[in-house]
Ligand binder design. Structure first.
Ligand code: FAD
Length: 227
């Protein structure tokens, strides 16, 4: 298996960093190949714009999707975007590792999606959901929180975690055809005792070892969509 981890945390000593290191250890230990994009360490620029391209279809007016379609035809993506697109197509397994920030993924990771998910390459022209470019591959969000699990229940103070993660699971992973594994959530590691953090990492190890046998989330089939 070829595993691609997009890691979004600025601190190498963080719990998120420990989770990514664990994932690398588990998958490499199982004989798999692993590539990590450590976005902060790479100095990833999350701001999308004309700099995504080495040449322009329309230098007068910038429309990202027009330029993306042009870049597909002319091999015209900037080297940073091109490198990430290649990793995405290379992998069979994708993990987004991130802390929940303001009920969402950190801006640096959202900006990775904004720039790397290129029209007519990663999606577009009928390539979406069941017909997506990533069909047959699996993806998972691995998330840490500040709040406890009780806060993120359906009727909890902060609302249902599955709803908060829908933009990642359904909007980013499923949209391009990934089979989406249930998210792994490490609840409130900073407010937990050392032994509880160790238990979270042990549970994460088990989830990773079960990667190929985990039942993906069920989504409506594309065939049922009647606009
Ligand atoms: P860290 O604080 O880095 O780590 C927690 C503890 O684990 C530390 O003591 C660390 O030393 C220890 N640790 C590291 N590695 C190991 C290891 N291998 N074994 C054992 N212990 C280890 N929370 C919410 O719930 N909802 C929000 O909407 C939200 N918004 C936020 C917005 C911002 C901008 C910020 C900064 C925080 C927000 N938070 C929110 C809180 C945030 O989600 C948590 O602080 C974060 O998820 C905790 O993960 P971490 O990796 O940063 O933990």
């Amino acid at each position: 298996m070829k595993v691609f981890i997009v890691h979004a945390h600025p601190e190498p000593k963080s719990f998120n960093a420990s989770m990514t290191r664990l994932a690398v250890e588990v998958f490499e230990g199982g004989g798999h190949d692993v590539v990590v994009s450590d976005l902060y360490a790479m100095g990833w620029n999350p701001v999308t714009g004309p700099h995504n391209f080495t040449s322009r279809k329309d230098p007068a007016v910038f429309k990202q999707q027009i330029e993306e379609a042009h870049a597909v035809e002319t091999n015209g993506f900037s080297p940073d975007v091109q490198a990430e697109i290649e990793k995405l197509f290379w992998c069979d397994a994708l993990i987004f590792q991130f802390p929940l920030w303001w009920f969402a993924m950190p801006a640096i990771l959202k900006g990775w999606v904004d720039r790397v998910y290129a029209f007519q390459r990663v999606y577009g022209g009928g390539k979406w959901y069941d017909h997506g470019t990533m069909r047959g591959k699996r993806a998972m969000a691995s998330v840490t929180t500040g709040g406890p699990a009780s806060m993120y229940e359906e009727t909890g103070l902060a609302g249902d975690m599955n709803m908060l993660l829908a933009p990642v699971n359904q909007g980013v992973f499923r949209y391009v055809g990934f089979d989406v594994l249930p998210p792994f959530v490490a609840w409130s590691p900073a407010r937990s005792a050392e032994a509880d953090r160790a238990r979270m990492l042990a549970a994460y190890r088990e989830r990773l070892l079960a990667w190929e046998n985990t039942q993906p989330i069920t989504y409506p089939p594309l065939s049922a969509y009647d606009p």
